[in-house]
Write a protein that binds this ligand. Structure first.
Ligand code: HT7
Ligand code: ZN
Length: 868
């Protein structure tokens, strides 16, 4: 497999100024005719040949300036078409046949439930026609789509419709996109869909038509996406001064999709799971996901489309920045404190492990085999944290000036992460050269802090170290902004400097560095406020300090981080058997009794913000606990986790019962407060069940029988199934009967079962694969079983007898044969291999090695790294 390297980047010899496509859709075969207007770059004088990517295309004819080319003047082999003898400006025409019906990999043109659609990022366009498939070739596209009129009344592509016509039983529409774009933003849809239509008046007074398309049966599930879109459009005008540029903005929902959504110019294509929402079928988390993904794809119109990436090594330029933008949007639409904790929780639980394992790579990688494998949490989430740090270093005003400059200077261009940072430097006068190590160095820095008190005052001493990662043994110090406050005995932040500030940002950019606060004493440090940098913070808190932070800190992240420290300390002792008793259940009871007082305080204040209380009261996940222990013994971790959950359920049972009953709503509301109350109530119900409370089953069944919305219904079902309550089997059957025709709801049904913990669950998961509604060719369904099993069911996945690994290997091979991108993504769940205890490592290694033998390039790259 070819490795692509950043330092081998060369600009293309020819531009493609115009692309004229004709896509003629027939059952079985689609014929794509293309005309590319090529123009040699001024600095490529003397070059007269050019290569075009093309994968799996049946070439029917090729012509240069209208003259058919014979086989002596071109070569088409190994996915590349090379044409010689090109003049400075010319038109290359080609006609190819493709077979979208056979496309199960879902890249290029494919069929989803009878609808033709495309996915071109990162390298899908080469499956449609010959083209220099790289993001730095920007062209104006005109696209004609032809298909049967009755079966495909809707024919869409990017831009504006400029002509249409009928031809017997067929019809055609021509679309013109006035904005030059890279081919990864090309899109096409042919189908029979319902449309929700609205308009948006931009800040300069233009009216934009907003059209959201879905299957006819899903028309009633598009309102939330429409509202989210309008809010996102307004927010981008107000926050970044960015206005939408075309006259039409379309979103199409498709059932088969490899990721969440795609920002194609003017024609977004969305996984149904990220656009459809209705209280009866969608959880509150689902509603929030729709809001953020709709916004994310919309924001790409500027951060990604108008200003795009020079090459795929710069992927985080658009993804990190756009995630930062969508995070801030969601924070503004909902509770900012809750949103920040949710984002940090996700980063710490998912990106940190990636950065600490065999898949670790820099935010701007220096090489890859399959670019699809680099749509990672590091590129997206860590990339967003790097943008966030720049936001804080410049301040809101400076950052806005820098982004204005960035959008203005690079509009219509394909640029690099360096270009982005250069704008930050130019407007602020800051030297960010050292800061840029965040882009090139992989791994999560560990920041150890010690506090000392002497006659000079209170001191904080920092030491940073980034552990080695594959291919990067030595690390340099990075620039770590550490936002801090020091809380006095009443929990009030003390004055820290002569300007009277009570919160400051310390810039730690050396391996070791100290800061003194004269005249300060008797304080509790509140560190890394707002999670001011993506680092692992280590500090030995003194007795009572974490409880003090949890009770008093005004910073939502620090309160939450204190709760994690308290839980992890207790859980770690249980895993290691340090509780002073060999009986885990007894030790867990003691730990729970220790925690009960402080958690009781959180519960007492739950009325202030139920969502925040739910975050503070939720135990860290079993997977997160496992990540703290090397060699990892998942069985021990499972028992420790289950024991503490149970003991906490028992120790605070009257509080959980009270919350389960008092938070019951009588009418449905979908605002943040109501969602927070449901979240807390579901958590309380789970604790009640974990503690074997006799009322748990009754409450869960009652809620399940008469839910106000899917969050309640699914919360009840999860409790029944995960705690194996007597009503579980009946509820599962009833749920299936109720929702068998709603694919997204059935995904939840599969996922609840595939993630039900327990070493005996492997056979149950195997059984799910036999269910008539299970389908290997539908990524959402595969993720709901295979993804949930491998990612959220550590006890079954790591079953001592290796049966979980065997099942996983069988699943991987099956998925890989149909859809290599999805297989490779799921394979990431095996990245913990080097941390496992020896017996399990051997078993997992053997299974993965056997799958690797026949694996696709995508899967092979991931398995190669895991097994290295
Ligand atoms: N920019 C989009 C990336 C994407 C993608 C990448 C590889 C394979 C399939 C894909 N579908 C969408 C999504 C986004 O970040 O907005
Ligand atoms: Zn994106």
């Amino acid at each position: 497999v070819k490795t692509t390297r950043l330092d081998e980047y060369r600009s293309p010899a020819y531009r493609v100024d115009e692309v004229r496509l004709d896509v003629d859709i027939h059952d079985g075969v689609t014929t794509v005719s293309s005309e590319l207007v090529l123009q040699r770059h001024a600095d490529a004088a003397g070059v007269s040949s050019m290569t075009f990517n093309g994968e799996g295309l049946s070439l029917r004819s090729l012509a240069l300036d209208g003259v058919v080319l014979n086989e002596a003047s071109y070569r088409y082999e190994a996915g590349l078409l090379t044409v010689d003898g090109l003049p400075e400006r010319c038109t290359l025409s080609s006609v190819v046949d493709i077979e979208p019906e056979k496309n199960t990999a879902l890249e290029g043109l494919y069929l989803s439930k009878g609808m033709y659609c495309t996915q071109c990022e990162a390298e899908g366009f080469r499956h449609i026609t010959f083209f220099p498939d790289r993001p730095d070739v920007l062209s104006r596209f005109t696209t004609t789509v032809r298909a049967d009129r009755a079966r495909f009344p809707l024919l869409l592509s990017n831009g504006n419709p400029v002509a249409s016509g009928e031809d017997g039983e067929r019809h055609w529409v021509t679309w013109e996109d006035p904005f030059p774009k890279p081919c990864y933003l090309f899109a096409l849809v042919a189908g029979d869909l319902a449309c929700l239509e609205d308009t948006f008046n931009t800040m300069s007074g233009r009216e934009v038509a907003l059209r959201l398309y879905a299957e006819h049966r899903d028309l009633d599930k598009l309102d939330h996406a429409m509202e989210s879109l309008k809010q996102a459009m307004r927010w981008d005008e107000q926050t970044y001064g960015r206005e939408y540029d075309l006259d039409i903005y379309m979103i199409v929902a498709v059932s088969h999709f490899n990721m969440g959504a795609m920002e194609n110019k003017g024609l977004n294509i969305f996984n149904t799971s990220c656009v459809l929402a209705h209280p009866a079928t969608t959880t509150d988390a689902g509603f929030q996901r729709v809001e953020s993904v709709v916004a994310h794809e919309y924001f790409h119109n500027w951060s990604g489309n108008r200003v795009t990436c020079r090459d795929w090594f710069q992927l985080s330029l658009k993804e990190g920045f756009t995630v930062f933008r969508d995070q801030e949007f969601s924070a503004d639409m909902n509770s900012a404190a809750v949103k920040r904790v949710e984002d940090v929780d996700f980063l710490v639980n998912h990106q940190f492990p990636e950065d600490q394992g065999p898949m670790a790579h820099p935010v701007r990688p220096s090489e890859y085999q399959k670019i699809d494998n680099f749509y990672t949490l590091t590129i997206y989430e860590k990339g967003a944290e790097i943008v966030r740090m720049q936001y804080h270093l410049l301040g809101a005003e400076g950052f806005r000036k820098a982004t204005d400059l960035y959008f203005e200077r690079f509009d219509g261009q394909a640029v690099t992460c360096d270009d982005f940072v250069a704008c930050m430097e130019e407007v602020s006068g800051l030297d960010l050269s050292k800061f840029k190590r965040w882009y090139s160095q992989a791994g999560t820095p560990v920041l150890s802090v010690t506090a000392t008190q002497d006659e000079h005052g209170y001191s904080l001493n920092f030491r940073q170290q980034t552990p080695p990662t594959p291919g990067q043994a030595e690390k340099l110090p990075v620039v770590i902004p550490v936002r801090i406050a020091l809380l006095d005995r009443d929990g009030e932040p003390v004055i820290l400097d002569e300007q009277g500030r009570r919160e400051v940002v310390l810039i730690v950019d050396q391996q070791e560095q100290g800061f003194v606060f004269p005249g300060v004493s008797g304080v509790t440090p509140s560190l890394l406020r707002g999670f001011s940098a993506p680092v692992v913070l280590q500090h030995d808190y003194q007795d009572g300090q974490l409880e003090h932070l949890l009770a008093h800190d005004s910073d939502g992240y620090c309160r939450w981080a204190a709760s994690r420290e308290l839980y992890f300390a207790a859980l770690d002792r249980l895993v290691k058997g340090e509780g002073g008793t060999a009986n885990v259940a007894q030790a867990a009871e003691q730990e729970a009794n220790q925690l009960a007082a402080v958690l009781d305080q959180v519960i007492a204040r739950a009325g202030e913000d139920a969502a925040q209380a739910a975050l503070l009261l939720a135990l860290p996940s079993e997977v997160a606990l496992g990540d703290r222990h090397v060699p990892l013994d998942p069985g021990r971790v499972h028992v420790a986790h289950r024991s503490l959950r149970r003991a906490l359920g028992h120790a605070l049972q009257s509080q959980w019962l009270e919350l389960s009953e008092s938070l019951l709503a009588t009418e449905l509301q979908m605002d943040g407060v109501a969602m927070g109350r449901r979240q807390l109530r579901n958590l309380a119900l789970e604790y009640l069940a974990a503690g074997d409370h006799p009322e748990a089953e009754r409450i869960a069944v009652e809620l399940f029988e008469l839910p106000l919305c899917m969050s309640e219904e699914l919360g009840a079902l999860r409790t029944l199934v995960h705690y194996q309550l007597p009503g579980a089997a009946q509820a599962l059957a009833q749920f299936e009967k109720r929702w068998k025709d709603e694919a997204l709801v059935m995904d939840q049904w599969f996922s609840v079962q595939a993630s039900a913990g327990g070493t005996d669950q492997v056979e149950r998961v195997r059984g799910l694969l036999q269910h008539p509604a299970f389908d290997w060719a539908t990524p959402n369904r595969v993720r709901s079983v295979v993804g949930a099993f491998a990612g959220s069911n550590p006890a079954a996945f790591h079953a001592e007898d290796g049966s979980g690994y065997r099942l996983f290997a069988e699943m991987l091979a099956k998925v890989d044969a149909l859809n290599p991108q999805i297989a490779a993504r799921i394979a990431n769940a095996a990245a913990r291999l080097p941390r496992l205890k020896a017996e399990l490592q051997g078993k997992l290694r053997a299974e993965l090695e056997s799958v690797k033998k026949g694996a696709s390039a995508n899967l092979s790259e991931v398995l190669g790294r895991v097994l290295s």
